[in-house]
Design a protein around this ligand. Structure first.
Ligand SMILES: [Zn+2]
Length: 315
């Protein structure tokens, strides 16, 4: 098994172009045009430049691009293939940005972990600052891709018979609010924006953008906040409105049970029962293996008890 692992790691290392070729390999990427497409004159070489590029698939490599120019109409011809791999003026290929974003936001890796994966897995030594930048670039490209796909998203909405707009914003302390608009049927996040507060102006601007991109929804689902209510009234006039069940129950719960809840909280705290429960919870999580297993065990115990009449007789 150990020999196999060594073989595999040697094979993986040998796949890097840099390892195979010794120094960083130089790849040529030139335009395929020899004749000007406008005036049919023979192209001349304007300049040749070499860029160092880092790629997940190819490793570190140098790309030499010959830029041509029409001597008559001055039209410039660049490589057609290079812009598909890397953005102009950037050293990190699009596949690095995708991999960094995937590791950060899907696998939920820390920046230092991503740096290690790039180094050990792809032979690329990239600084943490650069990895952080690539993660932001990933989000920026993802956002642009999302908005450019609005036509396909609308096509999905048409096929499913329309969409239901769920709206809410959240914030930490006095920080900015993160407004999010979701389609309740497909689960697609349609729009997300940082706003200073749930003020009418920002909300109206945001909802108008959603309306322009994805049309009028069948129904809007929201909480009981004044800001969101007023802005929806203006932008989606006449559209059916539903108050979110969770927010409604929480509000009613506050009105009916808030004082009772506080007194139970105080009582538990006063008799150090909170600390006892926490101690038992940690012990159960440790015995079960993790929090999820402990929760499953806890609720299956109560399910058993609720189906067992002997248990009810004993309490
Ligand atoms: Zn020309």
């Amino acid at each position: 098994m150990e020999a196999l692992n060594t073989e595999l790691s040697l094979l993986k290392e040998s796949l890097s172009l840099t390892k195979v070729m010794g120094n960083i390999p130089v790849i040529h990427s030139d335009t395929t045009h020899c004749i000007c497409t406008v005036c049919f004159a023979e192209l001349i070489i304007e300049k040749a430049k070499t860029r160092k590029i880092f790629s997940v698939v190819y490793g570190a490599l140098k790309v030499r691009e010959t830029v041509k120019k029409c001597p008559v109409c001055k039209q410039v011809y660049r490589s057609e293939h290079l812009p598909e791999i890397v953005q102009a003026g950037c050293n990190y290929a699009y596949d690095c940005i995708v991999e960094a974003g995937r590791l950060r936001f899907i696998d939920k890796r820390q920046i230092s972990e991503i740096q290690h994966i790039f180094n050990a897995g792809y032979g690329l030594n990239i600084s943490q600052t650069q990895i952080r930048r690539m993660c932001y670039s990933f989000l920026r490209y993802l956002g642009r891709f999302h908005y450019h796909s609005s036509e396909q998203i609308n096509h999905t909405f048409k096929n499913q018979g329309g969409h239901i707009l769920y709206v809410d914003s959240t914030c930490e302390g006095r920080g900015v609010h993160l407004l999010t608009c979701i389609d309740g049927l497909s689960g697609y996040v349609l729009y997300s924006k940082k706003i200073k507060s749930e003020n009418n102006e920002d909300l109206q601007t945001a909802f108008t953008k959603v309306k322009n991109m994805f049309g009028t929804p069948l129904c809007c689902v929201h909480d009981m906040g004044n800001g969101i209510n007023k802005a929806l009234d203006i932008v989606f006039q006449g559209v059916m409105r539903v108050i979110c069940h969770f927010h409604l129950l929480r509000d009613i719960g506050n009105d009916l049970l808030k004082d009772l809840y506080r007194s139970v909280q105080k009582s538990l705290s006063k008799h150090a029962i909170y600390a006892g429960i926490r101690y038992q919870t940690i012990a159960l999580e440790k015995a079960a293996g993790n929090r999820k297993k402990a929760e499953d065990l806890f609720f299956s115990f109560f399910d058993t008890c609720s189906n067992n009449t002997d248990f009810h007789d004993t309490i």
